[in-house]
Design a protein around this ligand. Structure first.
Ligand code: FE
Ligand code: FE
Ligand code: ZN
Length: 276
């Protein structure tokens, strides 16, 4: 089982790796910079090398670096789109120093321009940044579809991917809270949802899972994460997700409302589960 949680980069790269091990994790996620999209601290090459050594020595599953969630690659304003482009280029240059891991981003909000225009902007941005993704997969996150968010339907992600040239490095990160909120019934029809994912996008594109329970009901189109077993998905459904043959080898990252102690408990709970 490859499981970990979201960690803060405040103490550096190697510190996150040590922290993950102390929590019982063998993967983790981090924001490449403040979620608000501010400047990234120049990464210390020795710190990155120390993390690389730890990842290899302790056989970590791939990590997930998360782009600032305030980026909007399909903003109406050209300045905002340029900002997203610049941040993603910088982030991918950094991740070239952590090869074999993933860079995950939210497709963005079309803010009234319509899905078609939004999809076109996102694909245009990916066509510009993807050549910089050396040795790192770039993942589109499945979203709940709240407001004008793109990525609430698998078809929208397929459309983006299909418009990117040389899209071999593109993949998808499935967020269980988002997908359930978007109206894909992971609780009563997990096989059906994965069959649909395979038909529309292709399961070979699925590279990571954000494992979250949801505070809001099925198909609510909200984005409110809950602790594992304390939301509308529930522990049984989460257990079936963890052990599903199509998913079980992927990195699972918790983004539940927890401090470190809570994450340690959730990781222990999940590692203690057995396939039904
Ligand atoms: Fe996210
Ligand atoms: Fe997520
Ligand atoms: Zn979310």
């Amino acid at each position: 089982m490859n499981i970990g949680c979201h960690l803060s980069i405040a103490k550096g790269y190697r510190a996150m790796g040590d922290q993950a091990l102390a929590l019982g994790a063998n993967t983790f996620q981090f924001f490449t910079r403040s979620p608000r999209g501010g400047k990234s601290k120049a990464a210390d090459p020795a710190d990155l090398a120390a993390l690389r050594a730890l990842l290899a020595e302790r056989r970590f599953a791939p990590l997930v670096a998360h782009a600032p969630y305030t980026l909007n690659p399909c903003a109406k304003d050209e300045g905002l789109r340029d900002f997203a482009l610049r941040v993603m280029r910088e982030d991918l240059a950094l991740l070239a120093q952590l090869p074999g891991n993933f860079y995950n981003f939210h497709p963005g909000c079309h803010v009234g321009q319509g899905v078609e225009t939004g999809v076109a902007w996102i694909a245009a941005l990916l066509n510009q940044v993807l050549p910089a993704a050396e040795g790192c997969g770039v993942l589109l996150e499945t979203m709940s579809g709240k407001g004008s968010e793109i990525g609430g339907r698998f078809e929208e992600l397929r459309e983006i991917i299909s418009r990117v040239e040389g899209n071999g490095a593109l993949g998808v990160c499935l967020d269980t809270c988002h997908v359930y909120s978007a109206g894909y019934d992971l609780v009563n029809d997990l096989d059906g949802v994965l069959t649909e994912f395979d038909r529309v996008i292709g399961l070979q594109r699925l590279k990571a899972v954000h494992l979250n329970d949801s505070l809001t009901p099925f198909a609510s189109r909200k984005d409110r994460h809950a602790k594992i077993g304390e939301g509308s998905l529930g522990l049984d459904a989460i257990s079936r997700i963890l052990f599903h043959p199509a998913l079980r080898d992927l990195p699972f990252v918790l983004e539940t409302p927890n401090e470190l102690d809570g994450y340690r408990e959730e990781i222990r709970l999940l590692r203690g589960l057995a396939p039904a």
